[in-house]
Design a protein around this ligand. Structure first.
Ligand code: ADP
Ligand code: ZN
Length: 447
């Protein structure tokens, strides 16, 4: 029997190939509406802030009669979680909570999310669906090099991997030498970590003379928790011969496994039977039709610990209009290459680090290790891009470097329309990361 009318059926076995992936769209919408009604009722009854906001708007749970009525509901933001720190938005008693998780919270207080057993299962199922879409089976050995603990990456992939029946190797982040040794000795076939940490692992491996295509059994990677481009995917696949899958998620909504690549890799499938997506105009807050780019908003249809109504993620993307060729009926979204918080304004031009990454990686002589430095110099700011040369092409010869840096400059210029100062640096000289990376150094005072 289901836990209650809107939550997840705790007694049913968690299955990686969820029938909901292929549900006829009308049935999926009916399920979403059913769960939405239950969720709104639960929030209204158990979350004082939501009740207050709904009362102010004159909306009551019984006003939700069709899915599009979701637009009557108030939004939630990260600041709400901060203001209600630690667990003012929790809708379940502590007796039902089985786990706390925190979002990194680089500045100020972290945000705390409470999870019930139901929420842990929904989260685990999302990760299992991602791994299964990528072809992972119980015969795989999965190395989880995402950080464990308050950050959701490690535990998320861990339980997802165990759910599939993989042999899980919980290395967490760091101690890269040991990561490489275990990867090779155990014949790890699948790795999960941030793309930047994987680059670091590769880099260390290449330095030790490891040929990933022949010395390792690695065949797939699941990378997420930070933006990475198609150009980066290509580079990773070229160096290692693995298939690289994108996995998306956020602590506020559950963790990794909110959406992921299928083998078509033409967008990330959102597990919208649990996480209902909307795209809004971040200025007017009006919902945008599928196909238009705006801010991604999620409603956690089946969450019971810290349910989220219309949570504004700050991530920019669009929902695809076309159904994916794989046959799944759940919608896909464009990969997240832009988070509004990451936008840089240089010389009045808006740009995202991912655009620079794409420009850089079109030049085969450079590696995906780069840093963006913005410095105020007189009236105009200087945009400097430091990028490491591929060891194979490394040289100090100015006759080679000058035309190469011009090519890198032009490739980046083509995308961002700005003249950046390109500095080609020695291999292994820029900072590496064992988790999420920050590639931007902004020396301007106002930031
Ligand atoms: P924090 O907001 O503190 O970084 P999380 O660790 O929960 O909290 O990270 C969630 C955020 O990470 C997302 O909102 C998104 O910006 C980013 N993210 C997660 N997965 C991906 C991905 N596959 N591609 C791009 N960005 C991602
Ligand atoms: Zn698909």
């Amino acid at each position: 029997m289901p836990l209650d009318e809107y939550a997840y059926d705790l007694d049913a076995p968690v299955h990686p190939v969820s029938a909901h992936d292929y549900m006829p769209v009308e049935q999926l919408r009916a399920l979403q509406l059913h769960r939405l009604k239950g969720l709104v009722k639960r929030c209204y009854e158990h979350v004082p802030l939501t009740r207050k906001r709904m009362d102010e708007l004159g909306v009551r749970p019984e006003h939700i009669k069709k899915l599009s009525d979701i637009k009557l509901l108030p939004f939630m933001m990260k600041s709400d979680l901060r203001d209600q720190y630690p667990i003012g938005l929790s809708a379940a008693p502590i007796s039902e909570i089985v786990r706390f998780q925190c979002s990194s919270g680089t500045t100020g207080k972290p945000i705390v999310i409470t999870n019930t057993q139901n929420d842990i299962r929904v989260w685990q199922e999302g990760v299992m669906r991602c791994l299964a879409m990528g072809g992972v089976t119980s015969s795989d050995i999965l190395q989880v090099s995402y950080g464990y603990g308050l950050f959701t990456g490690g535990l998320g992939l861990h339980y997802g991997g165990e759910g599939i029946g993989c042999a899980v190797l919980p290395t967490s982040g760091g101690n890269t030498d040991r990561q490489l040794m275990l990867m090779r000795d155990l014949g790890v076939t699948v790795i999960a970590c941030t793309p930047s940490y994987f680059l670091h692992i590769l880099d260390e491996g290449l330095r030790k003379g490891i040929d990933f295509k022949h010395d390792m059994k690695l065949r797939k990677g699941f990378f997420g928790a930070e933006p990475w481009t198609e150009a980066m995917r290509q580079k990773i696949e070229d160096i290692t011969g693995i298939e690289a899958y994108d996995i998306y998620g956020l602590t506020e909504i559950s963790g990794p496994g909110v959406a992921g690549d299928c083998p078509c890799r033409s967008g990330l499938h959102i597990f919208e039977d649990h996480f209902y997506p909307e795209i809004i105009d971040p200025e007017t807050l009006e919902p945008l039709p599928d196909g238009e780019v705006g801010e991604l908003v999620f409603t956690t249809l089946s969450r019971t610990g810290t349910p989220m109504l219309r949570y504004r993620t700050r991530d920019l993307t669009c929902l695809h209009k076309e159904r994916c060729k794989c046959g799944r009926t759940i919608r896909t979204m464009e990969r997240i290459n832009a988070r509004s918080d990451d936008m840089l304004i240089v010389h009045g031009v808006n740009l995202f680090p991912s655009q620079i990454e794409t420009g850089l990686l079109r030049v085969k002589e450079v590696m995906p290790h780069y840093q963006i430095v913005i410095t105020p110099t007189g009236a105009l700011d200087t945009l400097e891009i430091k990028v490491e040369l591929d060891p194979e092409y490394y040289t100090k010869d100015p006759a080679v470097l000058a035309p190469l840096s011009k090519r890198v400059h032009d490739s980046v210029h083509k995308i961002i329309g700005l003249n950046a100062k390109i500095t080609l640096v020695e291999p292994h000289s820029l900072p590496r990361s064992e988790g999420k990376i920050n590639r931007v150094v902004d020396n301007r005072k106002q930031r």
